[in-house]
Design a protein around this ligand. Structure first.
Ligand code: NBP
Length: 490
C-alpha cells in the first residue's frame, strides 16, 4: 500500500531543522525529513532523529533525495534548513531533477539576499518556485513559534501560508508573526536588517550595563534589578529580560558567570552584511556598524591588553544620586535604540524603493513582536507610527518619536559626555547621538569636503545660490584645467 504523502519536506536536521519539523508535526502536518549522509561527517542523523525526538510522530525519515521528494504531496513544498552558502546551491542542484513544475523550495536559512535573488530567478527559469524565508527565534522559536519573513515567488505564498503561519509565533493580539514580505530576496533582506538591529540592541544594552558598573559602581544583583525594572516599561523586551537574568546567574561554584566570561564577542556575519548593504544603498547605518566593529575590537583582546599598559585610563567617577543617574542611562539606551530602528527602517525603505519591493514597514514591525530575538513592546509604537504616516522618511521625525526624543535628550547627552570624560567606551550611544545631531543640523561641514574633492579631483560641487543638481567646478590654483570629473558612483 502507498504511504500517505507528506504535506511538507524538511531538509537539514541540525538544531533549527529538527525543531521546525517537530513544530510542524505538532500543528497537524505530515512531515518528511531528509539529511545528507556523508561518511566521516556524521552518519545516522536521520535515524537518530526518527528514533529519538521524532519517535511515534507523523514524521517520515529519508536518506535519499529521490524517495524523500516522491514522499511529498503536489505541489511539493520543501524547506531547506542547512548552512547558508554553497550547501543551498548544492541541494538545489540535487533536487531539481526530481521536482515537477510548480514545486516550491523554501530556504529558511540565513542566506545572503543577493544569493536569494539569484536562486529565485534560477528556480523560476526551470518552472519551479522559490521562497527565501528568514526565520528568527533560534532553537526555541523553531520549536514553539518563530518570526518568519518569506519572500520570493509570490504565487507560492497561498500554498505555504497555512503551514508557515501555523508554526509562527503569535503576537499578543493573536496575529501570526509571518506575513508575505515581497519579491526576490526581500524576505532575507528584512531578516538581515532584523539581525543587524539585534547587534545594535545587544551593544546598547552592553553599554548600559558597562556604564552602570563603571560609572555607578553597581554590583551584578543591583544591575539585574535595574534591567528587571526597565523590563516593566517602554524598554520591555526579550533582550532586556534575559540581561536581567544573565546578570544574577551564578555558576555551579557560586560565582556570577557574567564575570567569568571572556570579553571577546563572536559574530557570524549578518550584522556585517546589513552594514555592507546599507553602504551599497548609500544609507547611514552607523549604530549597527559601531556594534559590528565593537565586536571585532573586543575580539582583539591581546592588543587591548597591551594598549591598556600604555594608556591605563583615568576613571574616577562616582555619582551620588545613583537613582537619578539610572534615569539618564535609561534615556541614553532608549533614545539610541530609537536611532537604531530609525536607521534600520530607513534602509528597508530605501531598498524597497530601489528594488520596487513595496515593503510594508508597519507590517514588518508587527512581524517582530513575538518569536524573534528583538521582540519588544516598542515595535507596536513603530507599527503605529507607520500606520499614521506610511511614507515617513525617518521614524525619529514622526510625532510620537519626536516627543519621546525631546524627553530623552538631556539624559542621553549627560551619559555620552560623562562617558567621554571618564574614558569609558560607549560607541553606540555616541554614534546614535552624533547621528541625531547631524540629522537635525541644517548646516554641516560637507561644503568643505566638496571643496576638497573639487580641489584635488575636479569632482565638482553644488552651490547654495543655485538649484540642486547643477554642478560647478573651480580652477582653485589657477593652473588646474577646467575639465570636470564625471559624476558617477563606484
Ligand atoms: P547549521 O547552520 O549548523 O547547518 C547544519 C545543517 O546543514 C546540517 O543538517 C548539515 O548536514 C547541513 N549541510 C551542510 Br553544513 N552542508 C550541506 C550540504 N552541502 N548539503 C546538504 N546539507 C548540508 O544548522 P542550524 O544552526 O540548524 O541552522 C540552519 C540554518 O538556519 C542556517 O542557515 C542558519 O544560519 C539558520 N539559522 C540558525 C539559527 C540558530 O539559532 N542556529 C537561527 C536562525 C537561522 P550534516 O548533518 O550532514 O552536516
Amino acid at each position: 500500500m502507498d504511504q500517505k504523502k507528506s504535506n511538507i519536506g524538511l531538509i537539514g536536521l541540525a538544531v533549527m531543522g529538527e525543531n521546525l519539523a517537530l513544530n510542524m508535526e505538532s500543528k497537524g502536518w505530515e512531515v518528511s525529513v531528509y539529511n545528507r549522509t556523508v561518511p566521516g561527517i556524521e552518519e545516522g542523523v536521520v535515524d537518530r532523529f526518527i528514533n529519538g525526538r521524532g519517535k511515534g510522530l507523523h514524521i517520515q525519515g529519508y536518506t535519499a533525495i529521490p524517495e524523500f521528494v516522491s514522499s511529498l504531496s503536489l505541489p511539493r513544498k520543501i524547506m531547506m534548513m542547512v548552512r547558508a552558502g554553497e550547501a543551498v546551491d548544492e541541494l538545489m542542484e540535487q533536487l531539481f531533477p526530481y521536482l515537477d513544475a510548480g514545486d516550491i523550495l523554501i530556504d529558511g536559512g540565513n542566506s545572503n539576499c543577493e544569493d536569494t535573488n539569484r536562486r529565485v530567478a534560477l528556480a523560476e527559469s526551470k518552472g519551479f518556485r522559490f521562497v527565501g524565508a528568514g526565520v528568527s527565534g533560534g532553537e526555541e522559536g523553531a520549536l514553539n513559534g518563530a518570526s518568519i519573513m518569506p519572500g520570493g515567488s509570490a504565487d507560492a505564498w497561498p500554498e505555504i501560508k497555512p503551514i508557515l503561519q501555523s508554526i509562527a509565533a503569535k503576537a499578543p493580539d493573536g496575529t501570526p508573526c509571518c506575513e508575505w514580505i515581497g519579491p526576490a530576496g526581500s524576505g532575507h533582506f528584512v531578516k538581515m536588517i532584523h539581525n543587524g538591529i539585534e547587534y545594535g540592541d545587544m551593544q546598547l544594552i552592553a553599554e548600559a550595563y558597562w556604564s552602570m558598573k563603571q560609572l555607578l559602581g553597581l554590583d551584578n544583583d543591583e544591575m539585574s534589578a535595574v534591567f528587571a525594572r526597565w523590563n516593566k516599561g517602554k524598554l520591555r523586551s526579550y533582550l532586556i529580560e534575559i540581561t536581567s537574568s544573565i546578570l544574577s546567574h551564578k555558576d555551579s561554584n557560586g560565582k556570577y558567570l557574567i564575570d567569568e566570561i571572556l570579553d571577546a564577542a563572536g559574530q557570524k556575519g549578518t550584522g556585517k552584511w546589513a552594514v555592507i548593504n546599507a553602504m551599497e544603498l548609500n544609507m547611514p547605518l552607523g549604530l549597527i556598524a559601531s556594534a559590528v566593529f565593537e565586536r571585532s575590537l573586543s575580539g582583539q583582546k591581546e592588543l587591548r591588553e597591551k594598549a591598556h599598559q600604555y594608556f591605563p585610563g583615568d576613571q574616577q567617577a562616582s555619582h551620588d544620586n545613583k537613582e537619578e543617574y539610572q534615569e539618564h542611562l535609561f534615556a541614553a539606551l532608549y533614545a539610541s535604540k530609537l536611532v537604531s530602528y530609525a536607521q534600520g527602517f530607513a534602509v528597508l525603505q530605501q531598498a524597497s524603493t530601489q528594488f520596487s519591493w513595496k515593503l510594508d514597514l508597519g507590517q514588518i514591525a508587527k512581524l517582530w513582536r513575538a518569536g524573534c530575538i528583538i521582540r519588544s513592546v516598542f515595535l507596536n509604537d513603530i507599527a503605529s507610527a507607520y500606520a499614521a504616516e506610511p511614507a515617513s522618511m525617518n521614524l525619529l521625525l514622526t510625532p510620537y518619536f519626536r516627543e519621546e526624543i525631546k524627553e530623552l535628550l538631556k539624559g542621553w547627552k549627560i551619559v555620552v559626555s560623562d562617558a567621554a570624560r571618564e574614558e569609558l567606551p560607549v560607541p553606540a550611544f555616541s554614534s546614535a547621538l552624533n547621528y541625531f545631531y547631524s540629522l537635525t543640523s541644517q548646516d554641516l561641514p560637507a561644503n568643505l569636503v566638496q571643496a576638497q574633492r573639487d580641489y584635488f579631483g575636479a569632482h565638482t560641487f553644488e552651490r547654495r545660490d543655485a538649484a540642486r543638481g547643477k554642478f560647478f567646478h573651480e580652477n582653485w590654483t589657477g593652473h588646474g584645467g577646467d575639465t570636470q570629473s564625471g559624476t558617477y558612483n563606484v
